[in-house]
Design a protein around this ligand. Sequence first.
Ligand code: HEC
Ligand code: HEC
Ligand code: HEC
Ligand code: HEC
Ligand code: HEC
Length: 436
Amino acid sequence: MTDSCKNPTLRGAVAIGCIVTAGIVWSLAYAQRSLRSTNVMTTVLFDHGLSAIEPQAPAGWTNEWCGSCHRAAFDQWHNSKHAVAGANENFEAQFLEATGGRAQWCLNCHAPANHGASNHASMEPKDIDNLFVARPDWLTSGVDCLSCHVRDSQVLGLNVTSSGQAAHPMREAPELGTSEFCGGCHQFAHKPRQFPDGFRGRLQQASLIELIEQNRASGDTLRCHDCHLPAGNHTMPGGYDRELVLGALDLTLVASWEPALNAIQLVVTVTAQGVGHRVPGGEHFFRYLSIRTALHDTSGKSVTPRKQALSASGDTRSARSLVLGELPHVEEIRKRLGDFERGTESGVEPTPDTRLNPNETRKFVYLVPLAQKDVGKSLQARTTLWYHVLDPAEGERFHLPTEELSWELHRVTSEIVAGTKVAQERKISRKTFYSK
Ligand code: HEC
Ligand code: HEC
Ligand code: HEC
Ligand code: HEC
Ligand code: HEC
């Protein structure tokens, strides 16, 4: 329990926070217990941003120095999101935000090698307004070699060899090989300013607990490393790696004519594959997926669905299909954060979490009732899957270039003649979009 949980003046408001904190402590303890069978139990090198780390690197130990011998690791890291975690535009904008940012806490995960750090997680770092002008090395190197590999003037590694010892003092750190190590930054809850040393609200990143649950369900013993650090590749690809995200998701579309309903039925499926946690992974506040489904005539004009409700007698599918009154139709797959998640309000409902489970195939069945003038026409149905790193509305609020925040992953089209008799599926094409 944190001090604020004991403070009698705050007690009422804090009670829930304490329970939630206990829940998180429990879930982290649970995470550690569950990992014990496959990994050596050690202390985690990061405590979810609650305190600043102190690598105590000897003078001259810079990332460039490490890179002078470990070239491959350096080049990979240099091209990684970890290397820009402290200096990318999105972080800068949100970190300087008056209501949600401006706390040392953020830097403890995004640029941990901040040597002059205040140890008070909720306090504003020194010279914060000048930070992105001055751009000190510790900020522009983000999550760097020293943050992950150096403590007590020693290099931490999985294998200690005599040649390693000759190059630098080092010690064996089996915790580097565990998912818990990543969870030290990749799993945490909400932490409003008034809780300097603890959490409140629900997990806003839950990669570790989701992976543990998935391993338990599947019998696998996957670690974050197996997918994100294969063969020690320090690029650690994630949501910004379009190829990785593409491969993790599949999209299909089947269009058919329902003569009894004078409607076109569209069946869209989306599948998550080869992912150890819910999809999209990572930060609930930022990442989400959307599926846009449309129906056009040959001139490219969007079809307007017939207004009248479908007759109940004809519609045998109403329990599982959605009648579309408007096109295009957009489906969002995401976890939104509300007062319940933020822990700011008691007695409110959680917001639904519609992210995909690992290996889930989700099916959407739509009915588009056609106006008489569209029956007999040749139509094209199209569905597209989008990945968003940030809500475009949030992007605009922070003046970030919106076109880089969303991209189309998959597109499937199907041509169909809406006849009074059987459907004619003319062509199915699928296309995959990405550019690096
Ligand atoms: C986000 C944390 C993180 C950062 C940043 C990081 N490493 Fe690593 N590094 C690891 C982990 C975890 C392993 C263990 C990998 C495994 O399980 O095989 C590792 C392994 C290594 C290894 C041994 C395996 C190999 O790839 O040869 C070297 C050498 C290494 N890192 C050097 C570096 C250098 C140099 C930098 C900076 C350019 C760096 N690391 C940055 C986490 C990190
Ligand atoms: C002068 C060259 C040199 C410099 C500079 C250097 N290292 Fe090393 N490092 C080595 C050698 C040699 C080994 C042993 C490799 C072996 O035995 O295969 C080693 C081993 C390691 C390992 C363990 C590899 C494993 O398989 O687990 C890690 C991690 C590591 N270094 C990280 C770093 C980091 C981080 C820095 C910067 C703070 C750094 N090194 C600076 C030469 C260097
Ligand atoms: C010191 C905290 C810290 C540790 C430890 C850490 N990460 Fe990260 N990681 C971050 C931050 C912060 C970002 C966000 C970078 C950004 O996009 O600004 C990130 C981003 C990522 C991404 C997203 C990359 C992308 O393309 O969007 C992946 C994947 C990732 N980390 C994997 C790992 C794995 C695997 C480990 C453990 C081996 C690990 N991280 C350890 C802080 C950390
Ligand atoms: C079985 C493979 C697998 C495992 C295990 C796995 N991931 Fe992922 N992860 C993926 C794939 C594929 C994606 C891209 C799809 C997505 O966004 O969910 C991803 C996405 C991510 C992202 C989103 C990146 C972003 O920019 O939003 C983060 C962060 C992440 N993983 C961290 C982790 C951490 C931390 C662990 C361990 C606790 C882990 N992953 C375990 C495969 C895996
Ligand atoms: C416990 C560690 C931790 C703390 C504390 C933390 N973050 Fe993060 N943050 C992460 C990780 C890990 C990711 C990567 C998740 C992903 O890729 O989906 C991330 C992602 C982000 C991103 C998205 C970056 C991108 O490239 O799209 C922004 C912006 C961000 N954090 C801002 C903040 C701000 C502002 C604070 C302080 C209020 C903060 N973070 C506190 C760990 C942390």
